[in-house]
Write a protein that binds this ligand. Structure first.
Ligand code: ADP
Ligand code: ZN
Length: 430
């Protein structure tokens, strides 16, 4: 089933024709309306008329995170302010926020892409959608909300946290689909277990959409098994409307990226040079249909690759792999490059371990991994715990090539954040 079959299964050559047309319009638009781009294009020696094929994309300048902050609040706006109907911001962790503006058309197109995603995973009018993401300046909840309404779901704008209330809503309104961060999904599964709720027996849940933070296949499996539902990976970022940029179909073999709205490139994060299809690198996106705030070649810093070949679902939009992290997520510990996802993969594959963990870097280069035990794991014997601890240390060492300290803690004792999980605390004296 498709929301928009003509576009979702469009012929690649027709798709490329549309992409070029939209790219040309976008470049023309920013060259005339956004002084920042006018200057950038002049510096790169490119005019809108120079964009004659999709290959000319690489002549365009990149846009970075820093450009968005430097042009805060409205330096990148391409419409008059009275044509803007919504403002979101993307926080990041430090410094000024990034302001993201939406015209009425942008809101509508973003909702339409979400509708594609919902229908693609089997959600229909009549489904009950409990949105457990943070409402507010963050795009994650509202953009999904609008898309879900478009599909005709009954939307419950629950927001995150307060697991008792989530459960009450789920029971009373027979929620079938939830949307939440993977870290909250893990926590929530633990919460149900502790309260003697068997989701398969007591709830009507069928699907979960998880996104907003990197997570591994092992985490997905853990959520699926503990909640007894299908879990789909959902990718997006505020700069590109928020969620609905790329999403898994029922085959769960990578996320279809909606290429009639976003032009993708995978580049070498160091040199910015485009990489061959299939290679892993930084995802760079150009908006093709954004009105209020189009962006050219935006450096997402998200690391992924394009999956070659066709998807059995019939959609012609290419798929990207699970995001393994951001280019700036990499930790260097004792000279070794480590991605937090490597640690997560090990922890989530061990049944005796629970749902939450925290990596702390301290002193000169000490790594401590605190991890919660599964509810059922503790038989009270210290020997058992020491054995488990050693086993984790060994598995981690084999994966990351550094020997961390491992501390086992009781289930439910590590901090849970309402928004995105904070998995790494770096307190090193450098
Ligand atoms: P910020 O986190 O900077 O405030 P956003 O709220 O717009 O910005 O979050 C977008 C970022 O969240 C993406 O660039 C990516 O790093 C991360 N993200 C979103 N969805 C996923 C996903 N499914 N898998 C991994 N990372 C994701
Ligand atoms: Zn597919």
């Amino acid at each position: 089933m498709f929301w928009d079959p003509d576009y979702e299964t469009i012929d690649r050559s027709e798709l490329e024709r549309i992409q070029l047309e939209r790219l040309q319009q976008t470049v023309r638009r920013v060259a005339t309306r956004v002084p920042f781009y006018k200057q950038k294009l002049a510096e790169a020696g490119v005019t809108p008329d120079d964009i004659r094929s999709l290959n000319d994309l690489r002549r365009l300048p990149f846009t970075t995170n820093a450009d968005l902050r430097d042009n805060y609040p409205n330096g990148l706006l391409a419409v008059d302010l009275d044509n803007v109907v919504r403002l979101h911001t993307s926080s990041g962790t430090t410094g000024k926020p990034k302001a993201i503006f939406f015209s009425a058309g942008d809101i509508n197109r973003a909702a339409d892409l979400i509708a594609r995603c919902f229908i693609m995973t089997g959600v229909r009018k009549g489904d009950v959608f409990q949105n457990m993401m943070t409402y507010g300046l963050f795009t994650g909840a509202l953009v999904m909300h609008y898309g879900a309404e478009k599909v005709g779901c009954l939307v419950i704008p629950a927001g995150p946290g307060n697991s008792e209330r989530q459960l009450l809503l789920m029971r009373d309104f027979r929620t079938t689909v939830i949307h939440l961060t993977p870290s909250y999904a893990l926590y929530f599964a633990g919460f149900l277990g502790k309260n003697g709720v068997d989701p398969k027996r007591d709830l009507a849940l069928r699907r979960a959409f998880v996104g907003a933070e990197p997570h591994t296949e092992e985490t997905r499996r853990k959520i699926q098994e503990s909640l007894g539902i299908e879990v789909y990976n959902s990718y997006g970022l505020s700069e590109m409307n928020g969620p609905g940029v790329a999403f898994e179909c029922i085959h769960k073999t990578g996320m279809h990226l909606w290429e009639d709205h976003y032009l993708m490139e995978i580049v070498d994060p160091q040199t910015g040079e485009p990489l061959p299809e299939g290679a892993t690198g930084e995802l760079v996106l150009t908006t093709l249909t954004r009105e209020a705030m189009p962006l050219l070649r935006y450096r997402t810093r998200d690391v992924t690759s394009v999956i070659p070949g066709k998807c059995p679902c019939g959609r012609t939009h290419r798929r990207i792999n699970r995001i393994t992290g951001r280019t700036d997520d990499m930790l260097i510990v004792r000279g070794v490059n480590i991605y937090p996802q490597q640690i997560e993969r090990v922890l989530m594959s061990m049944p005796s371990l629970g749902h939450n963990y925290l990596i702390t870097l301290s002193g000169l280069d000490e790594m401590t991994v605190k991890v919660e035990l599964a509810e059922t794991a503790f038989d009270g014997s210290v020997e058992h715990l020491v054995q488990l601890q050693n086993q984790i240390v060994e598995k981690l060492r084999a994966e990351i090539l550094v020997k961390p300290k491992v501390e086992l803690v009781q289930s439910g004792t590590l901090p849970v954040s309402e928004g995105k999980a904070k998995r790494v605390v770096d307190q090193r004296v450098l």
